[in-house]
Design a protein around this ligand. Structure first.
Ligand code: F6R
Length: 244
């Protein structure tokens, strides 16, 4: 894992957008793995700004999102479909048919999971995966205890994750209890991974990731088994971390 230190959220967003654009520009066809949540919002904003300045095109880009809540339709403002359309897809020249997000209202959710991994595989795999991290070390919605061998699957969200995500919903009660998420193995199959970490509330998780052991109790530690991971972390996220 290579750690890149940046000053703040703004700089992290800029840096990651630049890294993504470099990859997009140097390829004729690229598969991106995307995350939602607060962390990548600024990066998507930078990508939209670059598109508006005509310095980047997404015509040859295919995207696979990490996860979606079970029970939320794509037009639900709290769904990750909605988030992606609003944050990125509606504002750039990506072909809608090239954007994939797990279907949280699929009739057969288990089959949806199998098909999602299959789709990623037959598309040639993910070239660059963007990740955020939960305070409990989750990546995607892979909560502590998830097998490192896991493919896309249905998860019951941890209470801490439900509480952390409640800020996006009107009431705590409205936060879905389950999600479909790419598994740890699905994530590790990406050729390159960028983990974004910003803010003091993530500093304990970052400390454990950098200095702790590899264990299924801390899902992000699986990234230590991957040969090509960049961590882009800001000063607040690094505030509890001893780095030489
Ligand atoms: C979202 C995702 C999650 C988030 C994590 C951090 O697609 O996969 O793992 O990255 O929950 O969320 P934020 O960025 O809101 O702190």
């Amino acid at each position: 894992m290579r750690l890149i230190k940046v000053k703040n959220y703004e700089d992290m967003s800029q840096k990651v957008a630049e890294m993504m654009m470099e990859k997009i520009r140097e390829s004729n066809k690229i598969n991106l793995g995307l995350a939602t949540g607060g962390t990548p919002k600024g990066t998507y904003k930078k990508l939209v700004e670059a598109y508006e300045k005509k310095t980047i095109s997404f015509q040859h880009v295919t995207t696979f999102n990490l996860d979606e809540y079970v029970g939320l339709a794509p037009n639900d403002p709290n769904s990750y479909h909605y988030y992606m359309n609003e944050s990125l897809f509606d504002h750039v020249d990506i072909q809608t048919s090239n954007t994939y997000i797990p279907n949280g209202i699929a009739e057969d959710l288990k089959e949806e999971c199998v098909q999602y991994d299959h789709l990623i595989k037959i598309s040639g795999g993910i070239d660059l995966q963007i990740l955020g991290i939960g305070q409990n070390g989750h990546i995607g919605f892979n909560e502590p205890g998830t097998s490192f061998e896991s493919g896309t699957h249905i998860v019951k969200l941890d209470e801490s994750t439900i509480n952390a995500n409640a800020r996006y919903f009107n009431r705590l009660h409205d936060v879905p209890t389950h999600a479909v998420t790419m598994g740890i193995q699905s994530i590790l199959q990406s050729k390159e991974i960028i983990l974004m970490v910003s803010g003091e509330e993530k500093s304990n998780a970052l400390q454990r990731l950098l200095n702790g052991e590899v264990t299924e109790d801390f899902p992000a530690s699986a990234l230590k088994n991957h040969p090509n991971v960049y961590i882009i972390a800001d000063e607040k996220a690094l505030s509890s971390v001893f780095v030489s």
